[in-house]
Structures are given as structure tokens and as C-alpha cells.
Design a binder for this molecule. Structure first.
Ligand SMILES: Cc1ncc(COP(=O)(O)O)c(C=O)c1O
Length: 286
């Protein structure tokens, strides 16, 4: 069993030093990235993650470096070498090595790290998590770029407060997203979820039709602190955590300070769908 890294299609054990120190993602923090996981050994929503990766890479004029089928094949090979049944994958696209000027780049690079997936602790789902709010926003909130410096500071603050996540609150007072998650609230049977000033989360996109299937209505709209504090439930969503119930914000309890029933209903349906999509994909590949 061993973590692997794929660099422009070549696969190495993760500890192999294969990226030059002149890479611009290291020198200047230029890069796009994605995180996804496998279900039933199949990369989940690979097409959507690659689409978002290439949209962000276009910011530094990098065109797609490989098509989905090729990347799927690399992943299959890397996962087979890793020996892991389920994996967590981080992909980074960088403009490549520094050449001339400040940002001159040659040979763009797609680095894909394949590691064992560790399921998040059951207590996050059973007991819920606490979050804090943090004044600030990511520089390019619609894109997943490698600059998480502000997020790091926010998470350090969260950690000091014993919280799991920090929610960005912008200068208009809107709660936009978590450092590494989207945020949603439930009022009665209405789900309110920010669509502006945040990442168009792939888990969020998957949740919307499932919530509607379960009889909830979905509203893409800005959130303020009051919307959270008066909610029946607050949820975080991200590819690895799926849907996590939030039970307090800045030390103030949501509802009775315990997870409501919808977070688990949605998560369980979401997971079922991911598993069955993966099985269908596996059948299509054989
Ligand atoms: C800033 C930010 N917002 C939202 C998300 C959730 O996105 P997804 O559901 O695609 O994982 C992430 C995931 O890492 C993120 O970093």
C-alpha cells in the first residue's frame, strides 16, 4: 500500500521528488486545484471536477492538459499501484516552470496525488460540528485556486475556538462559504444556499435535486447571520465530508444545539446516489 502521484501522466510513489523548485505554483502561488474521492473505486464526478479545474487554469492561460478518458485511465493505474480500495485525490494544475519575467512559464503541469481515503469521524455526523465566522473572502471565490492563505488564518482561529470550520463573511455581511466547504440553511422546508461569492460546489450541485426529491424547496440566495441563527438546520457540504450538520455558530446554538433529521436523510440519499453512479460507471468501463 503506497500513496502515488501522477505528473503529466507519469506515475511515481508520492515520496519521489519530481517537481522542480522553479514551478510557479510554488514560486508565485499560481495554480488551480481540485479534491475528489472515489466511491466503489471510481472517481466521483470526475467530469465536473476537471471542468472546474480547467476553468480555473484558463485564468493563467493553461488549456486542458489531457482529456477525461485519459485522466481516468491514469487514475485507474495509480489506484491499482496504490493498493487502496478507496482514494482521496488532490489535483493541481500549475502554469509550469518559471522562465522569464515574473510570471513567464513553460511546460504546464498537472499533478494528481492519490492517497488512501479516510472517512471523516462519525461524531461529526452524529453530534454535529461548530463553526465560527471570519471577516474576509477568497480572492477569486468562483474558482478553486491554490491561494488559501486567508483560509489558513481563518482555520487557525477556528481551531483556537474549538470549531471545525470558519465561514467567510464579506464586507456586505453576507456569509458566503466555509474555508473548504459550502454552507446551506434549512428553514421549515426551504433550503437557502448562497450562489454568489462562493465556489459552485460539486457536492452542492448534487444536493440540490436530492433535497427537491425529498420535498424541500431550494433557493439560491445570500445568507446573513440571522438566517443561520434562526435556522432549523445548518449544513456544510464538500466532496470528502458530503453533508455535515452544524450545531453552533460563533458559540451560539442552532435550534437546540443538536443535528436535525434532514442532514442525515440527505447525506444518506447522497451517498446512495454516489455509490450507484459509481457502480454504473464501473459497469460501463468493463
Ligand atoms: C472554498 C470552498 N468552497 C466550497 C467547497 C466545496 O466544494 P465541493 O463540493 O466541490 O468539494 C470547497 C471544497 O474544497 C472549497 O474549498
Amino acid at each position: 500500500m503506497a500513496d502515488q502521484v501522477i505528473i503529466n501522466g507519469a506515475i511515481y510513489p508520492l515520496e519521489t521528488p519530481v517537481i522542480p523548485a522553479t514551478d510557479l505554483s510554488f514560486l508565485r502561488g499560481c495554480g488551480a486545484f481540485e479534491t475528489w474521492r472515489s466511491y466503489q473505486g471510481q472517481p466521483h464526478a470526475l467530469g465536473l471536477h476537471l471542468q472546474r479545474l480547467w476553468q480555473a487554469a484558463a485564468l493563467f492561460t493553461v488549456q486542458p492538459l489531457a482529456d477525461e478518458a485519459t485522466i481516468r485511465q491514469w487514475l485507474r493505474e495509480a489506484q491499482a499501484r496504490s493498493g487502496y480500495a478507496e482514494v482521496k485525490v488532490n489535483a493541481v494544475c500549475s502554469p509550469g516552470d518559471h522562465s522569464e519575467g515574473v510570471f513567464g512559464a513553460i511546460h504546464p503541469r498537472l499533478v494528481i496525488i492519490v492517497r488512501e481515503l479516510h472517512e471523516p469521524p462519525a461524531s461529526w455526523y452524529q453530534d454535529g460540528v461548530s463553526v465560527i465566522t471570519h471577516r474576509g473572502q477568497r480572492e477569486l471565490p468562483e474558482h478553486k485556486t491554490v491561494n488559501y492563505l486567508g483560509g489558513l488564518a481563518a482555520l487557525q482561529q477556528a481551531q483556537q475556538a474549538g470549531a471545525h470550520e470558519a465561514l467567510y463573511q464579506d464586507t456586505e455581511g453576507c456569509i458566503r462559504e466555509g474555508v473548504t466547504s459550502n454552507v446551506h440553511v434549512l428553514h421549515g422546508s426551504r433550503v437557502l444556499s448562497p450562489q454568489r461569492g462562493c465556489l459552485n460546489g460539486i457536492t452542492r450541485r448534487g444536493l440540490k435535486p436530492l433535497a427537491q426529491e425529498l420535498g424541500l424547496s431550494w433557493h439560491d440566495q445570500d445568507l446573513h447571520m440571522d438566517d443561520l441563527l434562526s435556522a432549523d438546520e445548518v449544513w456544510l457540504s464538500s466532496a470528502i465530508r458530503e453533508i455535515v450538520p452544524v450545531v453552533s455558530v460563533d458559540g451560539q446554538a442552532i435550534k437546540h444545539g443538536k443535528p436535525g433529521p434532514w442532514a442525515e436523510r440527505l447525506r444518506s440519499l447522497y451517498r446512495q446516489r454516489c455509490e450507484s453512479e459509481a457502480l454504473a460507471e464501473a459497469r460501463a468501463c468493463t
